[in-house]
Ligand binder design. Structure first.
Ligand SMILES: [Zn+2]
Length: 332
């Protein structure tokens, strides 16, 4: 109609149907669930917005006061990741009488697992210590009246603090850690040595324990967490002194009972800052049974007869120790 010379474009449209929107009283109606225009609910919403953060903050402060955080009050906090232990935090079984009033001895076989201890030859310290610990366990159970637990009864690795913590958690009356030494200079040294914790180690323990604010530890039945640091230090120190004097008593009994039965390198008790002896409330002794690189000692420790002699001497000393504890001492 317009002629062929006129340029054009074509837009195709579909048919659209319009529906009238009903507006009542001049404003849009909201959905039934929309309450933003309800004055009461809006006030509640505003209160929640302001109160919720304050409540969360107050809760955090309260939890922090109750449980605290490691390192509070210190300028630096060093966290050392300990190697994982093989026991998964489980406590060992207590053997012997079911009567919980009977004294409990925790025997610690030194080393184990990936830590073989001393010994350059085929026999490693960890094997000898386990065999001696089992011999002492059997000796104590045979005599009766004493409960016994081993920190390990197979070839597994335990960190040092796990060892004395097992004794503490079980409420042990005695802890004895068994080892076999070696010397780097020749094979002349031989014989057993009995160690207790030195005074220097005792003070370190007292300081470390006192520094653990919010700790739920108990020392001789007194909860530390309710005390001030100064009181804590005193309590731990007193407890450690009592444990140390008992440890020294057991050490001297081992030396006395072993007279003529076991070779001793030192005829008096020795002391050192052994970590494994650092229970503040469990009398603890470390028994170095002999020198693994001394042929005579090795033959003795690696024989049933040699281990039986050690078990009998330690067992007798432990029984005399408990008998003394049971009878009140009169005079000196
Ligand atoms: Zn050792």
């Amino acid at each position: 109609m317009f002629g062929a010379a006129v340029p054009s474009t074509t837009v195709q449209l579909r048919q659209v149907h319009y529906k009238p929107v009903k507006i009542s009283h001049g404003r849009l109606r909201g959905t039934p669930t929309d309450s933003s225009h309800d004055p009461m609910q809006r006030a509640l919403f505003l209160v929640l917005i302001f109160i919720a953060p304050v409540a969360v903050f107050a809760g955090m402060v309260t939890v922090d006061r109750i449980y605290g955080a490691p390192g509070r009050g210190w300028d630096y906090v060093v966290t050392v990741l300990l190697p994982p232990t093989d026991n998964g935090g489980n406590l060992p079984q207590i053997l012997g009488p079911a009567d919980a009033s009977r004294p409990l001895v925790v025997i610690d076989a030194g080393h184990g697992g990936r830590d073989p201890g001393a010994g350059a030859g085929a026999v490693k310290e960890k094997q000898l210590t386990l065999a001696m610990a089992i011999a002492l366990r059997d000796e104590l159970l045979r005599g009766g009246g004493v409960r016994v637990a081993l920190t390990r009864d197979d070839d597994r690795f335990l960190v040092l603090s796990d060892r004395y913590n097992i004794a503490r958690r079980l409420g042990a009356d005695l802890f004895i850690s068994i080892h076999a030494d070696s010397t780097e200079t020749g094979t002349g040294a031989r014989g057993a040595t009995v160690y207790t914790l030195s005074d220097r180690g005792s003070n370190e323990t007292a300081e470390r324990m006192a520094a653990r604010e919010n700790a739920a530890d108990e020392v001789n039945g007194i909860r530390l967490e309710a005390q001030t640091d100064a009181v804590n230090a005193t309590l731990v120190d007193l407890s450690q002194r009592l444990a140390n004097s008992r440890s020294e008593e057991l050490a001297s009994l081992i030396l006395r009972e072993g007279e003529g039965r076991l070779p001793f390198r030192e005829r008096t008790g020795q002391s050192g800052a052994f970590v494994v002896l650092k229970s503040p409330d469990v009398p603890s002794v470390l028994f170095e049974s002999g020198y693994i690189n001394n042929p005579e000692d090795l033959a003795r420790l690696n024989s049933v007869a040699g281990r039986t002699a050690i078990a009998e001497v330690l067992g007798k000393a432990i029984r005399v120790y408990f008998a003394r504890q049971a009878v009140p001492q009169i005079g000196t």
